[in-house]
Design a protein around this ligand. Structure first.
Ligand code: PXP
Length: 246
């Protein structure tokens, strides 16, 4: 069964728009995580960015206390955040690139150029009982490098596919890259997640990609929640995900 990890960063973005620098404020990403779990989500994802633009340190500690499903901490491979993760002990971390000016995580990790430092972090995390995923473009050299780090998962970056969704030729070629990327990763013993830009429209086409274990979805669910509420938005996504055949 394909699993849903709901990315709740966008809930924190809304809170920070009004309450930046304050100790509390609405909407509370922790309350939203509990609502997602109650609606059937199999995991919660939060990105503790170095610039703390949305999720704050206090959020991740409270999330660690209350999450009953699977807590996926997205993070940069930076000493400060690695130290926090080792104390926090999420179930899994997903290493992502971070650039200060980006609106959201824009590209995949350059694993091929950083095999040594990513392997070091992977070993520290695994020693602490934390699984490791690497967020990468569906590029054979990056997938191959990801396998060499010994990571358990990759998360295939679906942003280019989502961006090209309304341009048939480009969309099909992005889809082909994802399909062959998933096959290659599976063959190398990596478990395959996917995320970024996925929504209620583009998901069905993505189902041509084999071997998917979990999808991490944020913006489209939180946007839908503004209209129909979080339980309904998560429920609609879960129903769409029931049709995935692997
Ligand atoms: N996966 C990763 C690694 C991400 O960085 C993001 C964006 O924070 C997502 C999934 C979710 O993307 P979206 O909000 O577009 O669904």
């Amino acid at each position: 069964m394909l699993k849903l990890g709901v990315n709740i960063d966008h809930v924190a973005t809304l809170r920070e728009a009004r309450y930046r620098g304050r100790e509390q404020g609405d909407p509370d990403p922790v309350v939203s995580a509990l609502a997602c779990e109650a609606a059937g989500a199999q995991g919660i994802t939060a990105h503790l960015r170095e610039d703390r633009r949305h999720i704050q340190d206090r959020d991740v500690w409270r999330l660690r206390e209350v999450i009953q499903t699977r807590f996926n901490l997205e993070m940069a491979n930076s000493p400060e955040i690695v130290a926090i993760a080792l104390r926090l002990k999420p179930d899994i971390i997903c290493l992502v690139p971070e650039r200060r000016q980006e609106v959201t995580t824009e590209g995949g990790l350059d694993v091929a150029a950083n095999v040594k430092s990513l392997t070091d972090t992977r070993e520290k995390m695994n020693d602490a009982g934390i699984e490791v995923s690497l967020f990468i473009a569906p590029d054979p050299s990056q997938i191959d490098a990801a396998a060499r780090t010994g990571s358990q998962f990759i998360e295939l970056h679906t942003g280019a596919f989502a961006e090209a969704f309304h341009t048939e030729k480009q969309r099909d070629s992005e889809l082909e890259r994802l399909i062959s990327g998933a096959r290659l990763a599976h063959g190398l013993g990596l478990k395959v997640n996917a995320g970024h830009g996925l929504n209620y429209q583009n998901l069905l086409l993505l189902y041509r990609v084999p071997h998917l274990v979990e999808l991490n979805i944020g913006h489209s669910i939180v946007s839908r929640a503004v209209i129909i509420g979080l339980p309904g938005a998560v429920g609609e996504m879960l129903r769409l995900m029931e049709t995935y055949r692997g």
